[in-house]
Design a protein around this ligand. Structure first.
Ligand code: TMP
Length: 207
């Protein structure tokens, strides 16, 4: 059995990743390629429970190290119970965010070193990386418009952090893509969903 491909979508808030994740899964199924669509934090009952702990706005929240550990714990359950079994069955896994989000948010935004985040990932999940990470990049004006529609005043605990935090996250993603051009494809996310989807298919060699 040929192992499936592991594809992650990454990007800042309001980049349109969730829509693109769904469109890619539909395109793969039309081509007869079975795939599993999932997200982080989440994807298994345990990891979804940790998602609620991380993103809920009640209480005092987490300091950056506890936050990084919780993301790593959610990811460990997700990798062990859902991602690896699906890949071993030959299915593709399309994941809305993966470890590069921890590197960008808890590292770039939160101040942990990249080595610390990757250590947690090695301990929790054996260091598994996507075969390809699609970094969807959107200009600040488009993000502001989309988030006003999506969240209004109801941003989650991390999405609601200040613009300096999110600028550091975006800069970190760009650094990772520059450092690992074979694992990252940069996708211009400013256009409509259909044109971004075409760019995604092209990056995967599917058109
Ligand atoms: P979502 O809104 O794309 O579902 O992601 C949930 C939030 O969690 C988003 O603000 C990004 C953040 N996040 C991290 O800070 N670290 C991570 O490792 C992941 C997967 C998400």
């Amino acid at each position: 059995m040929k192992r499936g491909r592991f594809i992650a979508f990454e990007g800042g808030e309001g980049a349109g990743k969730s829509t693109q994740t769904r469109l890619l899964a539909e395109a793969l199924r039309e081509r007869g390629q079975p795939c599993v669509v999932t997200r982080e934090p989440g994807g298994t009952p345990g990891a979804e429970a940790i998602r609620a702990l991380l993103l809920g706005t009640e209480g005092e929240g987490w300091h950056p190290r506890a936050e990084a550990l919780l993301f790593a714990a959610a990811r460990s359950d997700h990798v062990e119970r859902l991602i690896v079994p699906a890949l071993e069955r030959g299915e593709w896994v399309i994941c809305d965010r993966f470890v590069d989000s921890s590197r960008a948010y808890q590292g770039g935004g939160g101040g942990l070193s990249d080595a610390e985040v990757l250590d947690l990932h090695r301990i929790g999940s054996g260091g598994i990386l996507p075969d390809l990470t699609l970094l969807v990049e959107v200009s600040p004006e488009v993000v502001a418009r989309r988030l006003a529609v999506r969240d209004g005043d109801n941003a989650d605990r991390i999405g609601g952090r200040d613009s300096a935090y999110h600028a550091a996250v975006g800069a970190a993603f760009r650094r990772f893509a520059d450092a690992e051009p074979a694992r990252f494809a940069r996708i211009d996310g400013d256009g409509d969903a259909a044109s971004v989807h075409r760019a995604v298919l092209a990056a995967l060699g599917l058109v």
